[in-house]
Structure formats: C-alpha cells, structure tokens
Write a new protein. Sequence first.
Length: 522
Amino acid sequence: MTINQSGWKPSAPEAKDGGAPATFTGNKALMLEEVLIFEIGSTDTTGVDIVPAPKVASRLGGLAREAAIGLPGLSEPETVRHYTRLSRQNYAIDLGLFPLGSCTMKHNPRLNEKMARLPGFSDVHPLAPVDTVQGALEVIHQLAHWLVTLTGMTSVAMSPKAGAHGELCGILAIKAALEKRGEGHRKVILVPESAHGTNPATAAFAGFKVEDIPATADGRVDSDALKARLGPDVAGVMITNPNTCGLFERDLKDISDAVHAAGGYVYCDGANFNAIVGRVRPGDLGVDAMHINLHKTFSTPHGGGGPGSGPVVFSEALTPFAPLPFVEKTGEGFRLVEEETADEHHADSFGRMVAFHGQMGMFTRALTYILSHGADGLRQVAEDAVLNANYVLRSLENTLDAPFAASGPCMHEAIFSDENLADGFSTIDIAKALIDEGFHPMTMYFPLVVHGAMLVEPTETESKAALDQFIGALRSVAERAKAGDPSLKTAPHFAPRARLDETQAARKPVLVWKEPLANAAE
C-alpha cells in the first residue's frame, strides 16, 4: 500500500483472518498499517517554511551537493504519527516478558532513570574541569568500590563500553602482563565450546590464536581436555561462567589453578553475573579479569534502549596493566588519573580504551540499583533469576527436549532444542508462532553446541503469573509442532508483517528506497 498527495491507494485484498473482511486501509482495528516515511510525504516539499539562505561563497570546493537530498517533507503531525505507529509495532519489556536468553532483558526500575536525569549527571561534559564534576567522579568511584567488593577482585577499569569491549580490555591486560614477563611468545587462547561467541573473536582481534576446548555431555567445560592442552605457548583461557548452556562451571577453581600453574591467565566472561551476584565472588575462583555488563546485571537500558557499559575487574596480578583513566580519592576530593603512575597500581598500564572515561548514565543507574537493593537484595536477584529459570525448565522439560535437564539445576536460563518436534518442524516455527501469542521469541539456534537451540531467560523481575502465561503459550505451540500443525509453517498470522524470507533479507537487503514508477509519473 502506498500514499501520495491524492490519498490512500488500496492494496490487493489481504488474506482473511477468521472470515473477517480485508480493510481498505490495511489497518486492523488499533493495529495500524504503516508505510515507509518516504511514502507519506513528498520529496519535493517540506513541512515547514524555511527562509532561503543568503548566497555566500562556497567553502566546500568540489564537494557541494549537486542533487536534491530526497528527504520526505512531512508536517509535524505526520511525523509524530509515523513514529508513534512504528513504536506500537515494537515489543518492549514494558509490554511483557522478554524471554531472550543470554541477554537479560529485564525491567529497568524507574528510580534508576530518575537519578540518571538529575542535573550534574545527565548534563555532565567529559571536558568539564575536574573540580566542577566532583559528584560525578564520586559516583564512579563508589560504583567501582562495589563492583570490586561484589566480585572479590582488586581493581576495576570503568571505561569499557560494553561486554565485547570489556573482553578486549581484559585480553590486552593479559597480553601486557605476558610481555612484561618476557613471555610474549604465548600466543594461544583456549576457549571452551560453552563460552560466549564473542570470546574467540576478541582473542583473535588481539592477535592470539584461538583453540577450542570441547564440552562434556552435561554441557560444561571438559577440564581434562583443557588441562591436557596447557603448555608454554598458552597465554590463558576465556571461560564463561555461568556458561552459555545456562550451567555453572563447577570446576572453575580447579581450572584456574591449573592455568596459573602453567603460566597463563584466566579471563571470565561475566555477562551472566546476574545469576551469581551476591552468591559467588569470581575472585575466589581464581579469575584474573572479568567484564560485567552493567546493562544486564544491574538493570540499565539494554540494546536499543540505550548505551552499554562493560567495566572490567582485575586480580592483583593484572591490576598494574589495567587501562587508564581511573578515579582516585585524595585529601582534596576526587581526581582522574590519566597518566601512568610510578606505584604498583597501573604502573604498566597498556593505555586507554576510549578517549574519555565511560558512560555516566550507566554508572548512575547501576549505583542506584546496587544501593537500593543492598546486599540482601542483590543476593535475592540471583536467587530469583535462578528460581524462575528452573521453574521454566521443569515446567517444559516433558514437552520440549531439554538436553541438559539431567545435569542438575540450571542457572539463570533454560535451554531447549527442537529434537522432538514433528518432521519438517524446527525452532524457527516455534519462534514465529510465539509472536502470534504476543511474545518476542526466545534466543534461537544459540548456543551452537545444541542443535535447534531455544534459550530462555525469564530474569528475576517476572512474576509467577507472567511465567505461567509464557509457559502455557510455549507449551501450546510446542504441542502443535509435535502434532505437525501446518499453520505453524506460515506463522506469524497476526503480526503487522507475515513471515519473511530471512535468508534473502540477510543476503540481499534492500537498503535504498526508490520512488515507484507509477508515483513518479503522477
């Protein structure tokens, strides 16, 4: 369907839902049809009156634009309505449960948002004189203290912007430590199959050779295989705990001891720290470096909702190699240490990760979350996340294949597979049918160690009633897939758009809008 200045152009009749007639507009009651913004306004007009700019000599040389920019000219109501309608087609945590595994899409307390919008935090500038931003620096310093305390580590770098950025920070510190010891020849990083997919990419980006370590039948690291591979060429191991199968790596302390004895370091991917916060301190398990996703464990906006933040905590062995800058408390207040110091802390820093310090909004939200929960509250966060995930696992293990159900309790996420569906049906059919049920699909086909994986993370913020509704919907869809219901192959039926050819969309995306020839002729 398209729109031009003469009004709506009806599209071809749609498929009828339950015998209901197709609508002229394409709207279905309050589910409003929305076209591209270019199809609403004309590219040769504008929604506002602009006084022509005076003629001046160009300073662009030969780079001046020679053709019209081609933006649609919309009035203010048209613009507002367009984006409001688009927002109605977007699933959000404020609408319902978000079952994405490995992403921790949980409720963001509005108190966090209120604090982040306070003057002095929301409008702080990275180049402001240090004596004018003492409150902001104190927030960073206090948050750093609690991150070190909660993890049992020695220091923390606050500047990394997200999880993968934090991984790179930790690996670069390991690289600097090895070079300081004269062991720059250690070029191998061991990465278990159960680790996050960004781990091997990070190690390779930092110049290391990556070697896989297999998982055992119960979904955990094969510690015997890992120990057998240790040697003078191994720089360290990158291990995710709890791992991507939603399981706690019970042998991590034993693995850490073996890696240290062989001269290597242990990097822990802390993306799943929300499952153990207040319960387990990674430093007690022999971890040398670990990033923490503030936008996951400490409930700040995630993904499209806002910027990320991935502080990295360090052991005593790696603290001298951590990046700059960091906040230091002095007798006069707080200051930013932006140059290497002669003492044992950061004496051999590998440098900077970013130009400035970090994400002030994320720091403010995370500290608010920590202080409002307290020690007992943070412990309950982990306990409730684990309880909810196990409730989902045990409620569905007799409906969907649960490959690690016999491995004991899961942690914060439950994993299923498409193993017991009818021939021709797979994870994608389950996911698309969940859209019809009003849910965003769970993580699909990840982790790769499980064929047709479905990874569900309910988080600690969901009630039993919300979980029961989701469990009922997933069970219903799974039973239909096991029975071979053909309507699943064309789901979703009630979404604004039907099932897309995702392979073609990925391989041949249409990224440029071109005005239809019929409209051009008019």
